[in-house]
Write a protein of this length. Structure first.
Length: 128
């Protein structure tokens, strides 16, 4: 199972990082980053099946393609910003992590505004 492989990478990375951190904290941090990237790349390989599901959803509910693109962008921003923020926190840069989180939220809000506007227009058409 994939999750067993991911958990193994994480646990081995943590153990190795703890052992090495006593003598070489810089190397320990790099081990942590490499493990995170390996796990991230494993998740990215699953994107093709996720994209197929999104395409099927789009065909079933007849939603405009641009809205699906917005959804995919929002999911991407969430994952990438979460990863970057966690790396910053692990390295002791909490202020930078906070700025990444704020930027991600503003980006998601910016991307979602056309959807909100379309929803408001639809509601106003139905109501009045």
């Amino acid at each position: 199972m994939d999750i067993i492989n991911i958990a193994t990478i994480a646990f081995l990375g943590i153990i190795l990082s703890i052992i090495i951190k006593q003598n070489r904290p810089d190397i320990a941090f790099m081990i942590s980053i490499v493990c995170c990237i390996m796990i991230l790349l494993s998740g990215i390989s699953k994107l093709t099946s996720i994209m197929e599901v999104f395409e099927n959803m789009q065909e079933i509910i007849l939603i405009d393609e641009k809205y699906m693109k917005y959804l995919i962008k929002i999911i991407g921003i969430s994952y990438i910003s979460g990863f970057a923020s966690d790396v910053c926190k692990d390295s002791g840069h909490t202020a930078m992590a906070g700025q990444i989180d704020i930027f991600a939220k503003v980006s998601i809000l910016t991307i979602s505004l056309p959807v909100v506007l379309a929803l408001v227009e639809l509601i106003s058409e139905v109501v009045g």
